[in-house]
Design a protein around this ligand. Structure first.
Ligand SMILES: [Zn+2]
Length: 178
């Protein structure tokens, strides 16, 4: 992940208005209390991915879409801080759902709090939280989805749901993304 300073430098180099238009066109903008999901093709662990910078200048990099949404709304992200979701919805870029946090445990806390029938408490669950954590670790280590799905006896479709963050969202990725 690029540093916030690099993201900002790249922004200033370009035409900010054009950039803004391009960026927000990839987001399904709805009411302020609803989630605004990233609709462009690129995803990483369920988060939207947006290309910034210039290939020619060697400044091209991928930025997480929700980080960009926060930055374009509020300004630079202080070093060491993560942009976190109040809505637990990784592709969401609604600035009202985003906040800065420096403590991974905070997010874990919030996610664990007030959860109902999710995860292994769901009657149809094949996996438990511990297994999902292991799955996410393996995916982060670069293992093939197909391979991991086979190891855990689940379908590739179910594995893709974990990868994209459609299911088991409350089991956090082992590395603090944000
Ligand atoms: Zn949201």
């Amino acid at each position: 992940m690029s540093s916030p300073i690099l993201e900002l430098t790249n922004l200033i180099e370009g035409d900010l208005k054009k950039f803004q238009r391009r960026f927000w066109s990839k987001i399904r903008i709805r009411n302020s209390d609803q989630c605004w999901e990233w609709i462009a093709a690129h995803h990483s662990f369920g988060y939207g991915v947006f290309r910034i910078g210039s290939k020619a200048k060697g400044t091209a990099c991928n930025a997480k879409a929700h980080r960009m949404a926060w930055l374009l709304t509020n300004g630079p992200i202080p070093p060491g801080l993560h942009v976190l979701h109040r809505c637990d919805n990784p592709p969401c870029c609604n600035p009202a759902h985003l906040y800065l946090g420096n403590d991974w445990a905070n997010q874990r806390d919030r996610v664990t709090r007030g959860r109902g029938n999710t995860g292994s408490k769901h009657p149809a669950a094949k996996l438990d939280e511990r297994q999902v954590r292991e799955i996410k670790q393996r995916l982060i280590d670069g293992k093939m989805q197909k391979e991991v799905a086979r190891d855990f006896g689940i379908s590739v479709q179910a594995m893709n749901g974990i990868w994209k963050g459609r299911v088991w969202r409350h089991v956090l990725w082992p590395i603090p993304y944000g």
